[in-house]
Design a protein. Structure first.
Length: 108
């Protein structure tokens, strides 16, 4: 399992609406996330900044999700709430892992 993390930014005042959408995430988006090879996603907030941590099965998982039809539709819902690039994908700064420790038996 690989880990990837991103920093994202909300537009002013968007946190309640952003959280509402994620509390009611579409089942078809969850299915696409799974098909894309993303095992888990966790998002932390410090308004307006978001920290997204994910565990993925291969390095292309996020690219597959970002270029799917259902993610395009989700992006249209998120566009008024977040900063997006000209390519229609949310602006995200990837963070690079420099340390990982697990005390669980057999963990990576």
């Amino acid at each position: 399992m690989m880990r990837r993390a991103f920093l994202l930014r909300l537009k002013p005042g968007a946190l309640p609406e952003y959280k509402r959408h994620h509390d009611n995430v579409w089942p078809e988006l969850v299915d696409e996330i799974r098909r894309s090879g993303i095992a888990s996603i966790t998002i932390f907030e410090r308004d307006p900044d978001l920290f997204l941590f994910s565990e993925i099965h291969d390095p292309d998982a996020w690219d597959r999700l970002w270029h799917s039809e259902v993610h395009d539709r989700w992006g249209k819902v998120m566009e008024p709430l977040m900063e997006f690039g000209d390519d229609g994908i949310v602006k995200a700064v990837e963070l690079h892992e420099i340390f990982h420790l697990s005390t669980e038996p057999g963990a990576e």
